[in-house]
Design a protein around this ligand. Structure first.
Ligand code: PLP
Ligand code: COI
Length: 338
């Protein structure tokens, strides 16, 4: 048994006992299996190390009131990993294999799935890397797919208490680049702007579209949404942001469960006045209310710097209610770990 303080977890690496490994060699995947070895031994010439030929996913397992364990839309993570892999010329993974790998890892580390009611979850990190001997800029000859996990609490310290964000002058991605793929290079590019934001006491930065710097793209680790004063849910549409599974879930829930008009569209940075509430959404971020946004010399406050707004809270209750099994899920959203 573990001695983890479930109520006070942050978003940090914790080594859990089991992870899944599968190797691509000579044009095919090996049979994947669980291992206790948390290290990877790879060639110094691995393309993942030199040229960033790698991609990853992030999803969570949720302990229900009845003790069972839910996965949320894991099939969408499988599809997105394959889109990222295809963008970087990496082999794809059969969707069923991906889902089975995630289930096996959760089951094997079941003692680390936080108890219902703590708000904590098991964060699962699937990772695909190009390895083997090669030094020219070309796809790796071999690949490793691994899935590991750890219990986590809130990604942004505030949880459901709003925090503040700052608009970055940097771009995280290019218009026809890899912004829509979940590849490490996007996150490497976000480290410096993220540090600048943290150094100035903001939770993270917000990126504008790389072409015109007039429209909100996303947060460094989550998508953006706003609730207009006339009760519309609006979230940016752009080819250079990560297609967030949480965001698409919220677009559906805002419309079908809250009766709001839900729009994927343009969010101009100089039109923040239209919003009564704003938030960041993602697997790690869940729904993190945005108190205010610093843009150049102007600090724009939304609902409140200290209290979550009513629509954001209603969306949070709906989403987490479904994830933890307290509310009826739309067809196909929940995968139970048997
Ligand atoms: N945007 C970025 C840059 C992210 O890293 C994430 C996290 O996965 C998201 C958005 C949210 O995506 P999802 O809701 O699929 O977790
Ligand atoms: C996630 O929400 O799963 C992410 O990958 C965001 C961050 C931890 C990089």
């Amino acid at each position: 048994m573990t001695t983890i303080d479930w109520n006070n977890l942050g978003f940090n690496y914790i080594k859990t006992p089991w992870r899944y490994r599968m190797y691509w060699k000579d044009g095919q995947w090996s049979k994947g299996e669980l291992t206790e070895d948390s290290t990877l031994q790879i060639s110094e010439a691995s393309a993942a190390l030199h040229y960033g030929q790698q991609c990853f996913e992030g999803l969570k397992a949720y302990r229900r009131k009845d003790g069972k364990i839910n996965l949320f839309r894991v099939d969408e993570n499988a599809k997105r990993l394959n889109r990222s892999a295809t963008r970087l010329l990496m082999p794809t993974i059969p969707e069923e294999t991906f889902i089975d790998a995630v289930k096996q890892v959760v089951k094997a580390n079941e003692d680390f799935v936080p108890p219902y009611g703590t708000g904590a979850t098991l964060y699962i990190r699937p990772l695909l890397i190009g390895v083997g001997d090669s030094i020219g800029v070309s796809p790796a000859p071999e690949y490793i797919f691994t899935v590991f996990c750890m219990p986590v609490g809130p990604y942004f310290k505030g949880g459901l208490t709003p925090t503040n964000f700052i608009v970055s002058e940097y771009d995280r991605a290019a218009p026809q680049g890899t912004g829509a793929a979940k590849v490490g290079g996007n996150y490497a590019a976000s480290l410096l702007p993220g540090k600048d934001a943290h150094d100035h006491k903001y939770s993270d930065c917000i990126y504008l579209d790389p072409e015109t710097h007039t429209k909100i793209e996303e947060v460094g680790s989550a998508n953006f949404f706003g609730i207009t004063k006339d009760n519309k849910f609006i979230t940016p549409k752009s080819p250079s942001i990560l297609p967030s599974i949480t965001k698409y879930s919220l677009l559906y829930l805002a419309k079908e469960r809250l009766g709001l008009e839900a729009i994927e569209g343009t969010v101009k940075i100089d039109e923040l006045d239209q919003f009564a509430e704003a938030g960041a959404c993602g697997t790690a971020a869940v729904i993190s209310p945005i108190g205010g946004i610093q843009y150049k010399d102007n600090f724009h406050v939304f609902y409140s710097e200290t209290e979550v707004g009513p629509v954001t809270k209603a969306l949070y209750d709906e989403l987490t209610g479904i994830q933890f099994g307290d509310k009826k899920a739309p067809e196909g959203w929940i995968f139970e770990v048997e």
